[in-house]
Write a protein that binds this ligand. Structure first.
Ligand code: PMT
Length: 221
């Protein structure tokens, strides 16, 4: 059964890297496992998949069309270059909210006894940018939260304008960032579905089936 046959899914995965200098960067704990699991599940459900990946702990399987990027700005550029072809956009990547405007071209030297100050500026919001497009694809975001998970995720869905958001409690080490298991609540307009803890491979199927259910019920197309 291939419920996504004929659909093109663009999926972001992993952590962005915000360069400080040629050998140093700011990043986060995302391993890319959740995004990769979604890409693989979507592929096996018949979709054409474009994976846009930041830093991943394991390489993507060769059968997936993968574009590798570093920074949030690079990820935005790659997403915007592909978005016209996408029917769905799933934003699983842990994108840095702040980046360094001008990374130093050479390795920064120790500043004697002085402290070093790095100035961070806000990165563009990729999911929000896609949601605001005139012909936006069906959009699914993730909300990684450590407190008031459902309320914060509901607010994030509305703020970013996503069709669906997966509320992801990342307050414990056995779920979320860099673990093999995860649990989410998929939230839409007047619609929520709790998907209990499972392997990311299993959960990916459950998330996509929930998305298909919502999309079928709520979409005019
Ligand atoms: O990669 P794993 O180790 O398997 O872990 C999976 C995960 C915990 C990273 C994943 O399930 C998850 O929750 N991903 C979203 C992480 C995140 O950055 O959440 P956020 O609440 O900060 O962002 C909300 C949404 O906006 C996300 O869809 C994010 O991709 C998107 N975003 C955020 C910032 C930004 N500048 N641009 C964005 O598009």
């Amino acid at each position: 059964h291939q419920p996504l046959l004929g659909k093109h899914l663009m999926i972001t995965a992993g952590a962005t890297i915000e360069r400080i200098d040629p050998v140093r960067f700011l990043s986060n704990d995302s391993s890319g496992k959740m995004g990769l699991a979604l890409a693989q599940a979507a592929y096996h459900m018949g979709a054409k998949v474009t994976l846009i990946a930041g830093k991943l702990h394991t390489p993507p399987p060769a059968y997936l069309n993968c574009i590798t990027v570093e920074s949030a700005r690079d990820m935005l550029a790659a997403v915007m270059a592909q978005v016209d072809h996408a029917d769905w956009f799933i934003a699983t990547a842990a994108v840095a909210d702040y980046g360094i405007d001008s990374p130093m071209p050479q390795k920064i030297k120790k500043q004697g006894d002085n402290n070093l100050t790095l100035t961070l500026s806000q990165n563009p919001d990729i999911l929000q940018t896609v949601c605001q497009l005139k012909n936006a694809p069906f959009t699914v975001g993730f909300a990684a939260e450590t407190e008031a998970v459902i309320d914060n995720a509901r607010a994030k869905r509305l703020k970013k304008g996503a069709d669906l958001i997966c509320a992801n409690d990342v307050s414990t080490r056995d779920m979320g960032f860099n673990s093999d298991d995860n649990a989410v609540t998929v939230i839409g307009e007047g619609w929520e579905k709790s998907l209990p803890k499972a392997s990311k491979a299993q959960l990916a199927y459950d998330i996509l089936l929930a998305c298909i259910e919502y999309h079928t019920a709520h979409s005019a197309t």
